[in-house]
Write a protein of this length. Structure first.
Length: 145
């Protein structure tokens, strides 16, 4: 029993040294705000409720330093960025933008984002009915150009 606990303890310590790359960038050259007018109230909602998973500027909580939580968060952020990355909007071609706009409308209408698992810990990221309307009204103005 002691040997098993020691092995588990050593494994827990060792995995702390296996760190995923952090999603932190100050580069704004391809940000959506460089090519589209994004109203300030929309920017605020995106920053509070979307940007951690859908931009290059994730704000990491303290527990993101603990493996395997750090691995889960990195995977989650990478998955979110694969669907939509506001920090890379200018790099998308028109077909990609059309697809993303269509998906955004669907997600906002169904209110599936932000994910419940994210909201458990990030209470400030809850999107109100009024905020969903603001976002959807804005998305409806977007064109793939």
């Amino acid at each position: 029993m002691k040997k098993t606990l020691l092995i588990i303890f050593i494994i827990v310590i060792v995995i702390q040294f296996i760190r995923p790359k952090k999603n932190i960038s100050n580069e704004v050259i391809n940000d959506i705000t460089t090519v589209i007018t994004v109203p300030e109230n929309v920017q605020e909602i995106i920053k509070t409720s979307c940007a951690d998973c859908h931009s290059n500027t994730t704000e990491y909580p303290w527990y993101s330093e603990i493996a395997p939580i750090s691995w889960y968060l990195a995977s989650h952020v990478n998955d979110g960025k694969n669907h939509l990355n506001f920090s890379e909007w200018a790099t998308y071609n028109n077909n990609q933008k059309e697809h993303i706009i269509k998906d955004l409308k669907k997600e906002l209408k169904s209110r599936k984002m932000p994910l419940n698992s994210y909201l458990w810990i990030h209470k400030d990221a809850v999107v109100s009915a009024e905020q969903y309307k603001i976002l959807l009204d804005w998305v409806n103005t977007l064109k793939a150009e």
